[in-house]
Design a protein around this ligand. Structure first.
Ligand code: CU
Ligand code: ZN
Length: 175
């Protein structure tokens, strides 16, 4: 009897543990950034970040982009939009000393997928990030600046991606 039941019990325990750990991932720390237009611009929106295991799930709702055009999108090192042109956020967030690039190659922790405006200049997208964390360690994105640029990111030019002026700025805060 014992020997017949033991494997089943192990399966039940394993299933319960895996359900538990996926629930804990969904309840990981969260952060939010409210993007506001820099001087002379009209791009705005809300971006949320949620830790899920080793990845960070990002949801983006932005308005006021150029229709059909990509815009460079990055976390910058300082959560300071006070200069009015986004420059007070400093350089790309790069706590691990990497090159600028796309998510699927070597990249700054702060290099996000570019935002593409739809026909009305809106972007409602979600994606996952590698190399950042929410609320822990040197790669923590809380307290960083979030910037939307005027132009596409070429993912090559060092260290900026050559995406031009900073048209919206926000500070990432704990949610
Ligand atoms: Cu940038
Ligand atoms: Zn970068």
């Amino acid at each position: 009897m014992k020997n017949t039941f033991r494997p089943l019990a192990l399966v039940v325990v394993a299933a319960a543990l895996s359900a538990c750990s996926s629930m804990m991932q969904e309840q990981g720390p969260k952060a939010v950034a409210k993007l506001e237009p820099t001087r002379g611009n009209s791009t705005a929106g809300t971006v949320t970040f949620a830790q899920q295991g080793d990845l960070v799930q990002v949801t983006v709702q932005v308005t006021g982009l150029k229709p059909g055009q990509e815009h460079g999108f990055h976390l910058h090192e300082k959560g300071d939009c006070s200069s009015g042109d986004g420059m007070s956020t400093g350089a790309h967030f790069n706590p691990t000393g990497k090159m600028h690039g796309p998510q699927d190659a070597e990249h700054h922790a702060g290099d996000l997928p570019a935002l593409k405006g739809d026909a009305n200049g809106n972007a409602t997208v979600s994606f996952t990030l590698h190399g950042v964390t929410v609320g822990s360690g040197p790669t923590d994105l809380i307290g960083r600046g979030l910037i939307v640029h005027a132009n596409p990111d070429d993912y090559k030019t060092q260290p900026t991606g050559n995406s031009g002026a900073r048209i919206a700025c926000g500070v990432v805060t704990k949610a």
